[in-house]
Design a protein. Structure first.
Length: 620
């Protein structure tokens, strides 16, 4: 070996490791673009076909009402979603709630299209990219949240845009506009749903890999910072919207301090997901729920993609895994929420979506690895088509099995439940309520559709907040409110009820304290209970007939339909508990025949109601 060659090798060994030079990424040809467009249209058609035609459970009624009204939703306010949702309400198609659901459907399909674009850049194969996009889009959890009025499909779209732009910049770092575009999308995403900030560590990793370019051109970082700040400007919408005093105006924002409190979610606790310690703990179970939210197709393709990408696209693999680590496990550790209860599980699962989006492009790399295995027996183009076809068929099969439990197009449960609650509430009553599946559908019917203007809805948990009591008094000047908030003596539940008791008080909540127990008792009136003076008595026959007439008018969801739908199942149990409660009164009175009939009625509504089964067992 010559001296010159040995010297060159010593210099190479001593030189610090540098990122590999940026390779020119492949340009998508017309065929690849056409295939991607077909995939997006097909996914959009599926989402539109299964989209909710009416209000749905969860935050959907509130978000729909805020979009229609250009109001302020619960913290952090979701200004981007609200503004876009309002634009969708102007579409001349279907009922207004369906139009708002179309925002989610459109965003979900477009997000899948961006995943296709990322996957194509990684694999240079349109068919592998199709498989990766379909595995994401038809995943039950992604599909479910892409067909109801919710912020998460739009959040996924913006997250995918951040990934596409920052990765494209990493490939061509001389194009500073791509970094600025990623920052702008991140800022807009933060003004839509704040968990997009969990992509920051992964983005910083790619910036660190191109640090030499950033040192030479510091203006890139300045432009990116300015673009990110510009993306946050939609938050200026919150005080402007609140100043018009719309019907939906959470927080009654009137100062800059109110804006910061709202955006930072200080009422809930900035890092708290549910705002209560009741659902804390259970991390192992929550992590298992995150893993279980991935279909077998996703898990297999992503695992294969990590193996394949570690050889050819290692920076992206590291980027995706870092993003997943923060969006998935790290987020769940910080939020510390248990999914043991159905209510909490339904809330938390929405925050699994970002993990699916950041890992989805790896699925296309998994298809390529499968193709390499098949390629030993056939040519590479046919091998990729075969692998992609198998993955797509498997994803579609998973979707077909899940279709009935996901399809929202015929679900009217949120509306009928709220209407049955109102039908149970006497005219002119105060209705004290709590719980998202109760409050949001009720408020939508009362505020947006102006049903039952004689009923005054009071959201009990919010009575602890001065802004809500102030707003409630402004909207209902006939309501007597003696205190700025009702968070403890002397501002008790009795202090709220007694000045207004003459109009009648119905309850669909757990009262904030037991101060009414000394003067009032709870009378079951179907789905609600009425506060009545202790001096008032009701004979059992009248009680039974009153509830029999109400139950005959109710429209509970079908038990088989509700079995795979958490909110609908909770509502089904609520209907059944009405019958069980009446049966229990007859059992206490030793009228076993009537008690048995009511317990059997409860089980006819909800066959899995344990209370009614136990009641029948006691009567034997």
């Amino acid at each position: 070996m010559s001296q010159r060659r040995r010297t060159a090798r010593r210099h190479a060994a001593a030189a610090p490791e540098r990122p590999e030079p940026a390779a020119r990424p492949p340009r998508a040809g017309r065929t690849a673009v056409l295939i991607g467009a077909v995939v997006v249209v097909a996914i959009l058609a599926l989402y539109v076909r299964t989209a909710a035609r009416d209000i749905a459970f969860g935050d959907s009624p509130e978000l729909t009402g805020a979009a229609i009204d250009l109001g302020v939703a619960h913290p952090p306010g979701y200004p981007v979603w609200t503004i876009l949702g309002h634009l969708f309400t102007l579409l001349p198609v279907g009922p207004v709630s369906f139009r708002v659901a179309l925002l989610s459907a459109t965003a979900g399909a477009a997000g899948a299209g961006l995943v296709y674009a990322i996957a194509f850049r990684l694999t240079r194969s349109a068919w592998a990219a199709v498989a990766g996009a379909l595995a994401l889009a038809i995943s039950p959890i992604v599909w479910t949240w892409s067909i109801v009025p919710e912020v998460f499909a739009l959040s996924d779209l913006l997250a995918a845009l951040v990934v596409l732009c920052v990765w494209s910049w990493h490939e061509r770092p001389e194009r500073g506009w791509l970094l600025a575009a990623a920052a702008l999308a991140g800022g807009i995403g933060l003004a839509n749903q704040q968990t997009i900030v969990l992509l920051a560590p992964a983005c910083l990793y790619l910036l660190w890999r191109r640090r030499d370019v950033l040192r030479r051109r510091p203006g890139m970082l300045v432009a990116a910072t300015a673009a990110f700040a510009a993306g946050l400007l939609p938050y200026a919408y919150l005080p402007l919207a609140a100043s018009t005093r719309p019907a939906w105006s959470w927080g009654d924002i009137s100062s800059i301090g109110d804006v910061f409190d709202h955006v930072l979610r200080r009422g809930y606790g900035t890092t708290s997901l549910l705002g209560t310690s009741r659902f804390a703990g259970g991390l192992p179970q929550t992590l298992l729920a995150l893993a279980g939210s991935f279909t077998p197709v996703e898990l297999i393709l992503v695992a294969l993609g990590v193996v394949r990408g570690s050889r050819t696209q290692r920076p992206f693999v590291v980027f995706a895994l870092v993003a997943f680590a923060f969006a998935g496990p790290a987020f769940l550790i910080v939020s510390n929420v248990s999914v043991a209860e159905e209510f909490a599980r339904t809330i938390v699962q929405r925050f699994f979506l970002l993990s699916h989006v950041v890992l989805a492009p790896l699925g296309a790399l998994g298809v390529v690895l499968l193709a390499e295995a098949f390629g030993r027996a056939t040519r590479r183009p046919e091998a990729i088509a075969l692998s992609a076809g198998l993955a797509a068929v498997a994803a579609i099969a998973v979707g077909a099995v899940s279709f009935a439990g996901i399809d929202e197009s015929m679900d009217r449960t949120a509306r009928t439940y709220a209407e049955d609650l109102l039908a149970s509430t006497p005219r002119g009553s105060l209705l004290l309520a709590s719980g998202d599946p109760v409050v949001f559908p009720l408020r939508y019917l009362l505020t947006t559709e102006h049903q039952r203007p004689d009923v005054t809805l009071v959201i009990l948990p919010l009575m602890r907040a001065e802004w809500y009591v102030r707003q409630l008094g402004r909207e209902h000047p006939d309501l007597v409110l003696r205190y700025a908030s009702y968070s403890g003596p002397p501002a008790t539940m009795r202090a709220l009820v007694e000045p207004n008791v003459a109009r009648g008080v119905s309850v669909k909540a757990e009262l904030l304290d037991d101060s009414t127990a000394a003067a009032y008792w709870m009378y079951r009136h179907g789905l609600v209970q009425q506060l009545r003076p202790l001096t008032e008595t009701v004979d059992l026959a009248s009680f039974g007939e009153d509830n029999r007439a109400l139950v005959a008018t109710y429209r509970p969801p079908d038990a088989a339909f509700a079995a795979s739908r958490p909110w609908e199942h909770l509502v089904l149990l609520d209907y059944a508990l009405v019958a069980y409660g009446v049966g229990r009164e007859y059992e206490v009175a030793k009228q076993t025949g009537d008690a048995r009939a009511w317990y059997e009625r409860a089980l006819a509504i909800a066959p899995d109601l344990a209370d009614a089964k136990n009641g029948l067992a006691r009567l034997r």
